[in-house]
Design a protein around this ligand. Structure first.
Ligand SMILES: Cc1cc2nc3c(=O)[nH]c(=O)nc-3n(C[C@H](O)[C@H](O)[C@H](O)COP(=O)(O)O)c2cc1C
Length: 201
């Protein structure tokens, strides 16, 4: 069983990375082979919107450091994705990954009913864990409605990847303190357990 962790925080050895490492540690304790990738270390282009992938679903026309990672995401058994909250949304690195995952997806319309349709070439059935670290506490003292929007938007990921099981684990109240996750035994334990659950043994 192979579990890949993808860290979308631009900050080294900070909260998102700590949470992903805890989750991968939990998976490894259950016997999984794990690998951690930092998007900040990769040269990644944004989606060009060329729609070339719609001619060959699952194949982005661009070749960059994300190309082998997208491939690895299709072949691994479970995925841990981690992002900090930036301006009430995910980090730019995370959004870039999601936009490039668009190469697997096709939406359209049922010609008979007019209902929207969605097709994915991404091999579904994987377990998925999303780790989200944010500065604000919960409930947020300000602009709580923007977090509702973010929480709703995050659901696109397990839906589009056809996840068998998924879990969102939030770290709240990290402020700008890089070590707040490392100093929070409770959230670390939750991440470890959630990682172990990915292996499902
Ligand atoms: C550019 C930027 C924007 C941020 N925006 C938010 C925000 O909208 N809400 C929030 O709760 N925290 C915000 N934060 C704080 C981070 O979410 C928080 O420090 C998080 O723990 C960072 O993760 P990291 O330690 O992995 O880098 C922001 C931080 C930065 C640098």
């Amino acid at each position: 069983m192979k579990v890949i962790g993808i860290n979308a925080s631009p900050r080294k050895k900070a909260n998102t990375q700590t949470l992903i490492e805890a989750a991968l540690g939990g998976a490894a304790e259950k016997g999984a082979e794990t690998r951690l990738v930092h998007l900040r270390e990769l040269k990644i282009n944004g989606c060009k919107g060329c729609e070339g992938c719609k001619k060959q679903l699952g194949k982005c026309v661009q070749t960059d450091d994300l190309t082998p990672l997208l491939q690895e995401m299709t072949t691994c058994d479970a995925i841990v994705l981690g992002t900090p909250v930036y301006c009430y949304h995910v980090s730019a690195q995370f959004k870039m990954l999601v936009d490039r995952l668009y190469s697997f997806f096709e939406s359209g319309e049922n010609p008979e009913t007019g209902e929207p349709t969605f097709k994915s070439a991404f091999p579904g059935g994987k377990n998925l864990l999303l780790l989200i670290s944010r500065g604000d506490p919960e409930p947020s003292p300000m602009y709580g409605k923007f977090y509702k929007h973010l929480d709703e938007w995050l659901n696109i990921i397990p839906f589009a990847l056809g996840a068998a099981q998924f879990e969102f684990l939030h770290q709240y109240g990290a402020h700008l303190e890089r070590k707040s996750a490392a100093n929070d035994a409770e959230v670390l334990q939750k991440a470890r357990l959630a990682g172990a659950k990915l292996v499902g043994k």
